[in-house]
Design a protein around this ligand. Structure first.
Ligand SMILES: Nc1nc2c(c(=O)[nH]1)N[C@H]1C(S)=C(S)[C@@H](COP(=O)(O)O)O[C@H]1N2
Ligand SMILES: [Mo]
Length: 317
């Protein structure tokens, strides 16, 4: 991955958590008082994003969310360019999220194409505040809105041959200027073992911060796997395929000695070019900011370590 050592973000671009909360409170009371129509409500939020509320989940971390402005301006979405500010500059203008369909096929009894508007109604939305640990050794805390991927998986009925799940991102050169670059072999492909995909923490996300996903964060739907490096959480999905063989994910294909299939957050296995023992939390970047120690499985070990019992996680990195 291309690495920048410091996010180039002016402090003025950062919305502190309390300001963000206050803004939402003001907006809510204005809505309750009938002061704003839908358009006014959207305008009051700045970006014009539609609301997407979710029931607060006990699986959420209590850590304070990273400011919205940072999560939506410091992005990895190589289909729109490799600089952190390329996706927010290009994706909102260029990515068309309607109509949008997701093909779910492979080793399943009920292969089908889902329309995004049906997927939005498939299961109750939850708000899950998860830590996100990028392989580049920065992290964030994001309030996702979505439901467990297992809800979708159950409905397509995997066959006995289904051992893995492959996720594919849209690859349309008309909408995605980053496809001109050969950094990766497009489309962006990721994969999970079926039991990882079925794990209750694994989320199909449609929103952040109570609003529909901004384009740069993977609209209209993406994967979120909080105990793995961020690159496993593929954005803007168009296909979910169940396979017998382990899928070859894009990052492993491009640099197999640097990126594996499992990609569990592991402070004891360094990237060949840098340490994974600690991380910087977005928004805490300052002269006196501390580096946080990186936790095994990104702190989700109690819930996921059993998936890897008996496995050598240095070998299966
Ligand atoms: N399709 C696609 N998905 C992707 C990426 C990408 O370049 N393309 N980048 C990944 C990486 S490296 C990270 S850290 C997360 C970042 O998600 P965020 O920008 O919403 O924080 O998205 C992941 N999903
Ligand atoms: Mo990442």
């Amino acid at each position: 991955m291309l690495i920048r050592h410091r996010p180039d973000i002016a402090p003025s671009e950062i919305t502190p958590q309390h300001v963000w909360r206050r803004r939402r409170e003001l907006l809510r009371s204005a809505l309750a008082a009938g002061l704003l129509g839908a358009a006014g409500a959207a305008a009051a939020q700045g970006a014009g994003a539609a609301k997407l509320p979710g029931k607060p989940s006990p699986l959420s971390t209590m850590e304070p969310p990273t400011p919205y402005n940072l999560v939506t301006s410091y992005c990895n979405f190589y289909e729109f360019g490799t600089e952190k500010d390329d996706p927010p500059r290009h994706a909102p203008k260029r990515l068309r999220t309607r109509p949008w369909q997701v093909l779910v096929d492979g080793e399943v009894r009920r292969p089908q194409t889902f329309d995004i508007d049906d997927l939005l109604k498939l299961a109750p939305m939850e708000e899950r505040v998860y830590r996100l640990r990028c392989v580049e050794a920065w992290s964030a805390v994001v309030p996702w809105v979505g439901y467990p991927l297992a809800e979708l998986i159950r409905r397509v009925e995997p066959t006995g041959n289904a051992k893995y799940v492959e996720f594919t991102t849209l690859a349309d050169p008309q909408q995605m200027p980053g496809l001109r670059s050969r950094v990766l072999d497009w489309p962006y492909v990721e994969g999970l073992r079926l039991d990882e995909a079925m794990h209750p923490l694994t989320l199909l996300a449609f929103g952040i911060y109570g609003e529909v996903l901004p384009a740069q964060n993977g609209a209209p739907l993406r994967l979120v796997v909080p105990w793995k490096y961020g690159f496993k959480s593929a954005k803007s999905l168009v296909r979910i395929r169940f396979t017998e063989k382990q899928p070859l994910n894009s990052w492993q294909k491009s640099a197999p000695h640097e990126y594996g299939f499992y990609s569990n957050v592991n402070p004891n296995v360094d990237h060949p070019r840098w340490s994974q023992a600690s991380e910087r939390r977005l928004g805490e970047d300052g002269l006196f900011s501390r580096r946080r120690p990186t936790l095994m499985f990104n702190g989700y070990g109690d819930q996921v370590a059993a998936l890897y019992a008996g496995m050598d996680l240095k070998r299966f990195y």
